[in-house]
Design a protein around this ligand. Structure first.
Ligand SMILES: Nc1ncnc2c1ncn2[C@@H]1O[C@H](COP(=O)(O)OP(=O)(O)OP(=O)(O)O)[C@@H](O)[C@H]1O
Length: 229
């Protein structure tokens, strides 16, 4: 569903992604793990067209995304929950979710989104800035789902979230996958979360993938070693 071929990206003269290949099947959840500064955020931003590709190709299904602007990519089925969530603090919960509708032509948030996140329905008239970290994370996911994506990207969703809520988040993401048949790519530093949520775990180091294995039978010690400084 998501097909990435020989992707490179650079900040000025400094190349940060060095020819990445990534194929995510329909309904598959892939965790991309790596220490700080290894290229996870740059990969997400490049897939979204926030950082331009230097070379290589990105496609969602039969739709080529390479070279397109972010909103054009969203219209072709990719959505993004950025690191730090970036919700609009002064807007209500409902208004935040509605910003995700722009590419769909719909004006009403589909019911199933609020069914996934009942707390957001309860709080729909509160300002986003008044929600807890975990609630803001749910809001950021709901906003991304409002564009009806085929592929959902999440950049370090557990950052700043309490451990008890991290468990719930893994369960919710799997539920979203099961109900909507989405493919999900999540960048992560917390191994326990990656093992809870993902069908496949990859490790990125200095802009190259250095490990790729199915969740079942994964060598946890080997993956931990990549993550330790
Ligand atoms: N705007 C920028 N300009 C120049 N270099 C950048 C910029 N953003 C990131 N980099 C560099 O690109 C490399 C990859 O950074 P990136 O943020 O993608 O890593 P990351 O794995 O997401 O780390 P983190 O967990 O801290 O978010 C790092 O060497 C970083 O210093």
């Amino acid at each position: 569903m998501l097909n990435v071929k020989s992707l490179t990206a650079a900040y000025g003269q400094s190349e940060v992604l060095h020819g990445l290949d990534l194929n995510v099947a329909p309904g598959e959840i892939v965790a991309i793990m790596g220490r700080n500064g290894m290229g996870k955020t740059t990969l997400m931003k490049t897939l979204m067209g926030i950082v331009p590709e230097k070379s290589g190709d990105v496609a969602v299904g039969d739709q080529a995304l390479t070279g397109l602007k972010s909103h054009e990519r969203v219209a072709r089925g990719i959505a993004y929950v950025p690191q730090g969530r970036m919700i609009f603090s002064a807007m209500t919960v409902q208004e935040n979710v509605e910003t995700g509708l722009t590419v769909t032509g719909q004006s009403k948030v589909p019911n199933d989104i609020f069914e996934l996140f009942p707390v957001l329905l309860e709080m729909k008239d509160r300002r986003g800035g008044n929600l807890s970290g975990g609630q803001q994370q749910q809001l950021a996911i709901a906003r991304a789902l409002a564009s009806n994506p085929k592929v959902l990207l999440l950049d370090e969703p557990t950052e700043g979230i309490q451990p008890s809520i991290i468990r719930d988040m893994a369960r919710t993401l799997r539920k979203i996958r099961d109900e909507k048949g989405l493919s999900i790519v999540v960048s992560e530093q917390v191994l326990s979360f990656a093992l809870d949520v993902a069908d496949r775990v990859m490790v990125i180091e200095n802009g190259n993938f250095v490990h790729d294995s199915p969740r079942a039978g994964i060598d946890e010690a080997k993956v931990s070693k990549f993550l330790s400084v």
